[in-house]
Write a protein that binds this ligand. Structure first.
Ligand code: TMP
Length: 216
């Protein structure tokens, strides 16, 4: 039987183990017979990866929050039209390392941009995308930053203050409270195997249609 494609996004602070968990989830789903596509934001297409380079390069300290939000949305629009929509049409399970909630958390709660405006910009970017589902790996920012790269290797966003990263985390919590059906929160300080088990429980419910996912 042909399975419908579905999008699952993974969110969380830098250093939350997100990318590892995305890979583990992909492997588990493939072993379960699903056709899986893994991608990331910002990035995932030639153009979106070029935009990623601009966004994360610490040399662009002058980038305004609005420019930043538009570039993230631009990279997202390209990824959706070039990769995500075609994969969903082929019945694939798409796992995306970060997605639109990162814009609300970082540009909205972190930078202080209006959530309504971010919604508007992203509605434009997400045109034609149906329901999706989100796993949020939660971790105190200090723990995440300590776990991530050495200070000198940090990208433009990772170099932001601890206060900025605390606002991002609070923002993620607020998003999870306002979309409890779509966003499932998991404590990322637990052992990676425990985190993976919890992810697979949520993801299975979504894939087995016990949970329909939610529109943006
Ligand atoms: P990462 O892919 O290594 O997680 O790096 C991406 C960085 O970009 C991370 O610090 C979060 C940030 N980001 C935003 O600020 N807004 C967004 O919309 C996205 C997708 C990422």
């Amino acid at each position: 039987m042909e399975r419908a494609g579905k999008l699952i996004t993974f969110e969380g602070p830098d250093g939350s183990g997100k990318s590892t968990q995305v890979q583990l989830t992909a492997r588990a789903l493939q072993e379960g017979g699903y056709s899986v596509l893994v991608t990331r934001e910002p990035g995932g297409t030639r153009l979106s990866e070029a935009i990623r380079g601009l966004l994360l390069d610490p040399c662009y300290q002058e980038m305004s929050p609005v420019t930043e939000a538009l570039l993230y949305a631009g990279a997202r629009a390209q990824l959706i039209s070039e990769v995500i929509l075609p994969a969903l049409a082929e019945g694939k399970i798409v796992l995306c390392d970060r997605f639109v909630d990162s814009s609300f958390a970082y540009q909205g709660y972190g930078r202080g941009l209006s959530l309504d405006l971010l919604h508007l910009i992203n509605q434009f970017a997400l045109t034609k995308l149906g329901n999706f589902y989100t796993i949020l790996l939660d971790l105190p920012p200090k723990e995440g930053l300590d776990r991530s790269k050495e200070e000198i290797l940090r990208d433009r966003l990772e170099q932001e203050s601890l206060e900025f990263h605390q606002r991002v985390r609070d923002g993620y919590h607020a998003l999870a409270r306002s979309s409890p059906g779509r966003i499932k929160v998991i404590d990322a300080s637990l052992e990676p195997e425990v985190v993976q088990k919890q992810i697979l429980e949520y993801v299975s419910a979504y894939l087995l249609d016990q949970d329909q996912g939610y529109p943006f």
